[in-house]
Ligand binder design. Structure first.
Ligand SMILES: C[S@@+](CC[C@H](N)C(=O)[O-])C[C@H]1O[C@@H](n2cnc3c(N)ncnc32)[C@H](O)[C@@H]1O
Length: 231
């Protein structure tokens, strides 16, 4: 849950300065965090790690939709494709599309999820704030650990709702939201990765009219899931 702890570093024999420098190399490409836009070999390593460490969060978030049977699913900011993998396990009959702003993330998904690509997984380069899909194209539009990197979160949520069919769901899931118990950790990660955290109430306030919101929290882990059912 703590992003420092999410990634394994062998600290034996390293000074604090070595460790900080190593973290910096793995996390940053040019000015960006690898977490916000994975690039190159370090990006591959971060995506491999995210696929493992976001799995519980992803399963928990999607479990809130266990009564639904989506036939078409879009993952916005799919990264290494961990969310697509869990969605396929839950709903093997659904068509899957992953969208990411990073070409390297899509290339990683093509290599890592060949079986899903053979079954029809589409991987599309694009931005959450300008989704290259027609209105009402998907039954479920989901996003894990990505919205806080978007230039305009409100536009992104509006786009997710636009491409969702009536009766379908938008799901946004994050392993951090503002909470006094996690203030220090969250502020450090926000500084390191360059994002601003938002509460479920903030996200719901940014959603377009015409949806019914639900919020789920695991307070002791600082996890949140917001689901907007499109009317
Ligand atoms: C922290 S990673 C999460 C990846 C994956 N969803 C997971 O849970 O493991 C954030 C992802 O969002 C993508 N991303 C950032 N800004 C984006 C944007 N504006 N549109 C689409 N994807 C974006 C990044 O390239 C990265 O792959």
């Amino acid at each position: 849950m703590n992003r420092y702890r999410s990634y394994q570093f062998d600290t034996i024999g390293f000074s604090d300065r070595d460790i900080v420098s190593r973290l910096h190399c793995v996390y940053m490409n040019e000015q960006r965090s690898q977490y916000s836009r994975p690039v190159g070999e370090d990006g591959d390593n971060v995506m491999r790690s995210m696929n493992e460490h976001h799995r519980d969060l992803t399963e928990w978030g999607l479990s809130k939709l266990c009564d639904e049977l989506p036939l078409s699913i879009l993952d916005v900011g799919c990264g290494g494709g961990g969310g697509l993998r869990v969605a396929h396990q839950l709903w093997p009959g659904a068509s899957l599309t992953g969208l990411d702003i990073s070409q390297d993330a899509l290339a990683f998904c093509r290599r890592e999820h060949k079986d899903l690509v053979e079954k029809g997984l589409e991987l599309v380069e694009g931005s959450a704030t300008d989704l290259p899909f027609d209105d009402m194209s998907f039954d479920l539009v989901m996003s894990f650990e990505s919205f806080f990197f978007w230039d305009d979160i409100g536009s992104g949520i509006g786009e997710m709702a636009r491409v969702t069919r009536q009766g379908g769901s938008v799901l946004i899931c994050s392993e951090a939201y503002p909470h006094p118990d996690f203030k220090e950790r969250n502020e450090e990660n926000a500084r390191l990765h360059g994002f601003t955290l938002h509460s479920p109430e903030d996200l719901i306030a940014m959603a377009p009219h015409g949806s019914i919101p639900r919020t789920y929290l695991i307070e002791e882990r600082n996890w949140m899931t917001v689901i907007l059912r499109k009317l």
